[in-house]
Design a binder for this molecule. Sequence first.
Ligand code: MG
Length: 166
Amino acid sequence: MTLRHRIGQGIDFHRLAEGRELWLGGVHLVSSVGCVAHSDGDALIHAICDALLGAAGLNDIGYHFPDTSEELKNIDSKILLRRTVELISAKGYRIVNIDSTVCLESPRLAPYIESMRNTLAETVGINPDSVAVKATTTEKMGFTGRGEGVIAMAVCLIADMIPDNI
Ligand code: MG
């Protein structure tokens, strides 16, 4: 048997507005604004879902979890991530590692990073050492710099075992 690796990337954007809770990496952040979305708007989880789906050749998050679905309204994105892991597991893949970056002007993410890593790792069933969450700003430039939105990017590696004779 040979270990076969596949890489995937995902990116997500959400608008920020008052009156919404801010959820990133499965963690609730203290913030006066939150993501405008059909779900809880967790851009980081959505980017990770897309990275995992892309790596497995399984389309994208909108294909599996359409934002027109009543069932998914205000849904906890950790549920979407768990379902995504089930989809890639059904194809025989396991997650090797996840790396990610969130681009947000405020609040500062540093106090939440460990909690995000632990939450994400527990949700997908891997060691927190294999999940990275990094934070950056755009130095006040553009829509993220003006606090109008958030960007999340993720890369993941998945692997399955294939027989040596194919
Ligand atoms: Mg999204």
